[in-house]
Design a protein around this ligand. Structure first.
Ligand code: NI
Length: 167
């Protein structure tokens, strides 16, 4: 299966909003497989379809230590948000930089799996943070958008430095 190209900040396509998936056909199932492969290869815990330039409401996640617990969320909706927590987040579209973001500490979501079955899920900890981060991507929002102007500037400088080093 082919690896997908992950858009890198500040690619303007990261700001595009994803549309609801209406039919889970073979095209969507192939996309989900390719997203998982791309996410595992990049050693990420989550990937949103918008990060691979597909504007559909699809997320792949695996927050397990053994990397063998794939979770596919199609059309995820946050039904309940409780509390708050600050977590240091990273993002495959921002390689090598991390930032603390304030999120709800507990959420309850509904979603479809890749067989089209509806589920409810309660999440806390890393999974809860990851789901909120990825749903943001589907709405064209990145963790950068949650930062103060000063922290945004620092992040841009760090990314430029990392890029120069990688050349
Ligand atoms: Ni991300």
């Amino acid at each position: 299966m082919p690896l997908l190209n992950i858009l890198q900040f500040p690619d303007p396509r990261l700001k595009l909003k994803a549309e609801t998936v209406t039919t889970i056909d073979t095209e969507i199932m192939t996309l989900v497989d390719n997203m998982f492969e791309t996410m595992y290869e990049a050693v990420g815990v989550g990937l949103a379809a918008t990060q691979v330039n597909i504007q559909k409401r699809i997320i792949t996640i695996d927050v397990s230590e053994d990397r063998r617990h794939p979770l596919c969320l199609i059309n995820p909706e946050i039904l309940v948000r409780k509390g708050s927590l600050i977590w240091e987040e990273g993002c495959l579209s921002f390689p090598g930089v991390y930032a603390k973001v304030n999120r709800a500490s507990e959420i309850e979501i509904s979603y479809l799996d890749n067989n089209g079955e509806q589920h409810l899920l309660k999440a806390d900890g890393l999974l809860c943070v990851c789901i909120q981060h990825e749903i943001d991507h589907l709405d064209g929002i990145t963790f950068y958008d949650h930062l103060s102007p000063l922290k945004q500037q620092l992040m841009r400088k760090k990314l430029e430095k990392n890029r120069r080093r990688a050349l």
